[in-house]
Design a protein around this ligand. Sequence first.
Ligand code: M6R
Length: 613
Amino acid sequence: MCGIVGYIGNKQAYNILIKGLKRLEYRGYDSAGIAIINQGCKIFKKQGKVSELDALVKSKNLHGTIGLGHTRWATHGEPNDTNAHPHESMHKKFIIIHNGIIENYTRLKKRLEDRGYKFKSDTDTEVLVNLIEYIYIKGKLDAETAVRLALSKVVGAYGLVIACTDEKDKLIAARKGSPLVIGVGEQEYFLASDATPIVEYTKSVIYLHDDDMAVIGRNGMSLRNLKSTKIHKKPIIQKLELDVDKIEKNGFAHYMLKEIHEQPRSIKDTFRGRLRPDVNALKLGGLHYVMKDIIHAKRIIIIACGTSYHAGLVGEFLIEEFGRIPTEVEYASEFRYRDPIIYESDIVIAISQSGETADTLAAIELAKSKGATVVGICNVVGSSIPRATMGGVYTHAGPEIGVASTKAFTTQVTVLIMMAMEIGYKNGAIKEEQYSKLIKELSLIPEKISTILKQGDYIKEISAIYKDATNALYLGRGYLYPVAMEGALKLKEISYIHAEGYPAAEMKHGPIALIDENMPVIIIATKDKSYEKIVNNIQEVKARKGIVIAIVTEGDNTISSMADHVVEVPDTEFALAPLLTVIPLQLFSYYIAVMRGCNVDQPRNLAKSVTVE
Ligand code: M6R
């Protein structure tokens, strides 16, 4: 959940670190800190945004070519200057930045206190840095050995970077459960939670694996596995497929708005090399080795969290409709703790934008331990989930920096549509004619999204009317029920308006009691087999003086005459309608949040990657 960045080389570290922290701020933004190691070590920490830290430190003209930076999403200890990272050990021998949780920190802290250690912060991280120092001093060891031994006593997750004031020309990095990337430059190295702070300096990167520990000097580095007896591993340098302009706002007021507008392009990138309407073909290379098992599976289980879970719900309907394979969707956080029944013949599909969500990763490990075949749908190349799975499909949406997922959802659904079609076509559940029709319709989706985006100003006008609402209800049926849930999540998370997403028919079983003249009800009601039913639902809302904002198929006069506002989307196959109908809901939440003065890209209490349980 936190962002970490480190630098060792021949340039001044401060600017590299502060710029890196601004890029990583989406991972946590309640406090930030920086340490520059020169003759001694200077540490500055500040509650609040990275810009506040920068304002505090800039004038101090910090010199030094080695440094650490951290932007925090608090787990242990409230967000304040003291709890911010970096943390220094009591005798000032070690400085650490850490992303993750040390689960046994209370026990370790007690032991250190018994040996005279005093703590300034409430964090688990300060316990770890003092444990390293204690082992280092007591054992008269070198820094690398002390870090390794300390980590062997730790239960929990970490991506961390450590500097030792006795061994100034090196940084030590280690990972278990929290991501860490090393950028390899000319006589310089960069470390970060993801590649965004690195890409403008080098495209050569090394992704650390769990239990890897790297010792990095200005002129070289060594890598070892913390658990293995073999000292050195060969670092595998990979080429980064990321451009700087993909991580800039490019003239948009917020990343979220940019990412909403990117969807026609990002879906085309999801299609690239896979969807071939010209030759009526579809190919998912990443599933090549497991497709045979998938098409004959007795059951498919989809696991995910948040927005990815909503995409998974759409996936359930798709796979059951086109592949005719029983499919279940579960919150990864529930699945992993409830001792689920998993058969070796099961196919588990894990969906995650970041590829680092702790609960999804743990659910994958559980499914693997029971012998299931696990595949992933993921956006971030080289992240933990694609590495933990046996095959999968990258969404190729490009970096999603706004904390509220937008293009992640539509590209995940795009992959699920292609998977469901592929399964159904290969196992004979859908015929050539339907397959061809779906390929054609799917290929038209990016252009159709572009036409919806042109209604931005109109949706902004509707948003202005409801910006002060305190509650909202989202309703949809079939494929559009997960879209209702996703619309409600978007509104909640960025505008702090309470919202619920419901299957429209369930309204009568409870939520209808909430409806009065102040309650906006957003009904997703494109034309399909349950259209008449949803028209009835609209009438039920109107009969109770509720306000109806309806998302309808172009040219729908019936609902237009009943609803207070309508937003039209182009016609498509019902199974593809989530890709279109979610767009007005994203824009609606975005404009409402902006008008309420909320920080759209960095909503309170949230972080982009939930790497803690
Ligand atoms: O990276 P993941 O897709 O695994 O993240 C899962 C959720 O944390 C995420 O979808 C979250 O709900 C969204 N940011 C909400 O917009």
